[in-house]
Design a protein. Structure first.
Length: 197
């Protein structure tokens, strides 16, 4: 049996000591003709920030702020995809209409009440994404007036899917060197019009 017995000493800290941190990766710049996969957040490499449908939108907003994201993946009690909620959803008229209709306080509005449910997500398939360009993704998002889209991949046997990635128009704009307003809605796509014409 190992015995740990070492005297710990305190000492004066030099004022020039740096802090060891995990810095954010630099944004990878892309062009419209680059492969779409380069602008997809790959959930095999980057963990999705998730939330439960029963959580409040105030909690969702704080989680987004803390994590530095504008989209949360909503998962149910079995860890299955329930939907997506974005900062735009929270800042929209949806919560106010819930407050009025349900006669509840805004801080009691739940994620489930304003999220985009799984049935309405209409995801991309990773097989198609692997053969698409950044321009193709922008056009499709613009066509449906969406800021985000999920990408699914078939499990072995092709009988089920799992969420493989996420597209964000704000992230795409950043990688193209364009500043897309975070509250953009459809008008965000105006920034791309001349580029993809």
């Amino acid at each position: 049996m190992t015995t740990y017995a070492h005297k710990l000493e305190l000492f004066d800290l030099d004022p020039e000591v740096p802090v060891y941190t995990h810095s954010r990766a630099e944004v990878e710049m892309i062009t419209l003709d680059d492969p779409a996969i380069r602008v997809m957040t790959d959930l095999k490499r980057i963990r999705a920030i998730t939330i439960n449908p029963e959580n409040t939108i105030e909690f969702a907003q704080q989680l987004m702020k803390h994590a530095g994201v504008r989209l949360l993946v909503v998962i149910d009690h079995t860890d299955k995809l329930a939907g997506l909620i974005t900062a735009r959803d929270i800042m929209s008229e949806k919560p106010l209409s819930i407050v009025t209709r349900e006669k509840i306080r805004r801080q009691d509005v739940q994620v489930a009440q304003i999220m985009t449910p799984r049935s309405e997500l209409e995801p991309f398939n990773i097989r198609d994404v692997e053969h698409a360009s950044v321009k193709d993704v922008i056009r499709k998002l613009r066509e449906f007036g969406r800021q985000h889209a999920i990408v699914v991949e078939e499990r072995e046997g092709g009988k089920a899917y799992f969420v493989r990635g996420i597209f964000s128009i704000t992230q795409i704009g950043r990688q193209l060197g364009m500043e897309i307003p975070s509250d953009g809605h459809v008008q965000s796509f105006a920034e791309f019009e001349q580029l993809i014409a």
